[in-house]
Design a protein around this ligand. Structure first.
Ligand SMILES: NC(=O)C1=CN([C@@H]2O[C@H](COP(=O)(O)OP(=O)(O)OC[C@H]3O[C@@H](n4cnc5c(N)ncnc54)[C@H](OP(=O)(O)O)[C@@H]3O)[C@@H](O)[C@H]2O)C=CC1
Ligand SMILES: O=C1OC[C@@H](O)[C@H](O)[C@H]1O
Length: 398
C-alpha cells in the first residue's frame, strides 16, 4: 500500500462553490483510484461571521475539529493549514490571494484568477518570491475526459488540429435570475459572461491549441472579438476569435472560436439534442464534447477512416442521494456522482507532496496568457470594471 499524504485545507468564503468544492474534497479519494492522498478540512472562514463558517463546516460534513473563523485574516494565520482554497467573487481574488501568499500559505484560487493580467502577474511574482504553490482552479482541465482529449491531440490521432469551436452558454433569463447586485452581472464584483463562463470556452480552445504544443513553440494568439452588453455594463455574451501563430512545420496557424452567453443556451433542451458544444477539428477527424462545457461527461470521436467512438465519463462519488450542488445553471449531479472538483484538489495535493509550485495541466504562464486575452477582449469592446477592483495595490479595502 502506498503511504498516504495528508493535505490540510483551509476554505476562504462559504458561498455556493465553496460548498460544492469542500464536499468533493471530503469524498474518499480511493473511490476515484487515488490511494496516496487524503484531503482534510482543518478550517473555514467567512467574512460575515464565525457562526456562518461554523454552519458551513457542519453542512459540508467537515471533521468536528475544524475551526470556524469570522475573518479571512484569522484563517491565513492558522499554522495547521497547508493550502487555502479561495471561493470569493472575481473582484476579490487578488486581495484574498495576496493575503494568503503574504501569510506563507499555498493557494488554489477559483477562476477567473483575477480581474486582469496585471493582478495575475503580481500574484505569480509573489508566489515565486515566497516559494509557494499557486494554481487557478480551472477544474475542467483536471478531468480524465480533458486528459483523454489532450492525449488524442498530442498522439496525432486527429492529425494536425487546426480549429476548435467551444461554446459555454447557460440559457438563463438574467433579468429574472440575477438581481443587478448578483456576482454574475455586477460590475463591482467583476461580473459578466466573459470572466465567469467565457473562461471555459477559452480553456477548451487553449487546452487543445496551446497546452498541447511544446512549451518552446507556444505563442499567444491574436485576438478579435465582439461582445453584447447587459444593462449593468458587463457583457452578457462574448465572441472571441483567436489565431495561434504556428510555423509551416507545425502545420500553419490554428484558429479557435470561443463563445459564451448568459441568455442563449448551448444545450437548449438539457438533453444534448442540439449536439456537441465543443468541436475539435484535425485533418484526420474530430472529437466532440457535450454540455456542460465546464463539467462534461460525454465525448464522441469521429475519424475519416470510419471510426466512431462514443464515451461516457462518469464522475465517481460517494453513492446515491448526493445531489448537493446548488448552482444555478442546471449543472446538478446525477444521482450518486461527485461533482468532479476533487481532481483539481488532487493535482494541488500531489504538487504539495512532490514540491511542484504550479499545476501540470495549466501553467501559471498559460493562466496569465488567458488573462491577457480577456483584457484584450474588454479593451476592444470598452468594457471596464471599477478601478478599485482592477488595482494591483495591496492591501486595499474593497
Ligand atoms: N468552478 C466552478 O464550477 C464554479 C466556480 N465559481 C467561482 O467561484 C467564485 C465564487 O462563486 P460563488 O460561490 O457562486 O459565489 P457566491 O456568491 O455563492 O459566494 C461568494 C462568497 O464570497 C464571499 N464574499 C466576500 N466578499 C464578498 C462580496 N463583496 N460579495 C459577495 N460575496 C463575497 C462570501 O462568503 P463569506 O460571507 O463566507 O465570506 C460569499 O458567500 C467565483 O470566482 C466564481 O467564478 C462559481 C461557481 C462554479
Ligand atoms: O464556474 C462556473 O461554472 C458553473 C456555472 O454554473 C457557474 O456560473 C460558473 O461560475
Amino acid at each position: 500500500m502506498p503511504e498516504k499524504h495528508t493535505v490540510r485545507w483551509g476554505i476562504l468564503a462559504t458561498g455556493g462553490i465553496a460548498e460544492t468544492f469542500t464536499r468533493d474534497l471530503l469524498v474518499d479519494p480511493s473511490t476515484r483510484g487515488v490511494n496516496d492522498l487524503v484531503h482534510t478540512v482543518v478550517a473555514a472562514a467567512s467574512s460575515s461571521s464565525a457562526s456562518r463558517a461554523k454552519e458551513f463546516l457542519s453542512k459540508v460534513g467537515a471533521p468536528d475539529s475544524a475551526k470556524a473563523y469570522g475573518s479571512y485574516k484569522e484563517l491565513v494565520a492558522d499554522p495547521n493549514i497547508d493550502i487555502i482554497y479561495i471561493a470569493t467573487p472575481h473582484s476579490h481574488h487578488f486581495q484574498n490571494a495576496m493575503l494568503c501568499l503574504e501569510a506563507g500559505k499555498n493557494v488554489l484560487c477559483e477562476k477567473a484568477f483575477t480581474t486582469n493580467a496585471a493582478q495575475t502577474e503580481v500574484l505569480i511574482k509573489k508566489a515565486k518570491e515566497k516559494n509557494l504553490f499557486l494554481m487557478e482552479a480551472v477544474w475542467t482541465r483536471y478531468f480524465p475526459l480533458s486528459i483523454y482529449v489532450r492525449d488524442l491531440i498530442t498522439s496525432g490521432k486527429l492529425g494536425v488540429v487546426r480549429h476548435v469551436q467551444a461554446d459555454n452558454s447557460t440559457g438563463d433569463n438574467p433579468e429574472e435570475s440575477f438581481p443587478d447586485s448578483h456576482r454574475m452581472v455586477n460590475p463591482s464584483l467583476a461580473g459578466g459572461a466573459l470572466l465567469d463562463l467565457g473562461i471555459y470556452s477559452l480553456t477548451w480552445v487553449f487546452q487543445c491549441l496551446y497546452t498541447t504544443q511544446p512549451a518552446s513553440s507556444r505563442q499567444a494568439p491574436r485576438v478579435s472579438s465582439t461582445i453584447t452588453k447587459y444593462h449593468t455594463g458587463v457583457d452578457e455574451a462574448s465572441h472571441v476569435l483567436l489565431t495561434f501563430p504556428r510555423s509551416k512545420e507545425q502545420g500553419g496557424d490554428a484558429v479557435g472560436y470561443a463563445t459564451t452567453c448568459i441568455r442563449l443556451a448551448s444545450d437548449p433542451d438539457g438533453k444534448g439534442s442540439a449536439g456537441p458544444c465543443i468541436r475539435i477539428y484535425g485533418d484526420k477527424g474530430e472529437v466532440q464534447v457535450w454540455w456542460p462545457t465546464f463539467r462534461p461527461t460525454k465525448t464522441r470521436l469521429v475519424l475519416k477512416d470510419g471510426t466512431v467512438e462514443e464515451k461516457n465519463w462518469e464522475q465517481p462519488g460517494p453513492g446515491a442521494g448526493s445531489k448537493w450542488y446548488n448552482g444555478f445553471n442546471g449543472d446538478n449531479n446525477a444521482e450518486g456522482e461527485g461533482h468532479g472538483m476533487f481532481w483539481e484538489a488532487d493535482e494541488a495535493g500531489s504538487a504539495l507532496r512532490d514540491g511542484r509550485k504550479e499545476g501540470r495541466y495549466e501553467s501559471l504562464e498559460e493562466s496569465l496568457t488567458i488573462m491577457k486575452v480577456m483584457d484584450e477582449v474588454r479593451r476592444q469592446n470598452d468594457m471596464k470594471y471599477p478601478e478599485k477592483i482592477e488595482s494591483t495595490e495591496y492591501p486595499l479595502e474593497l
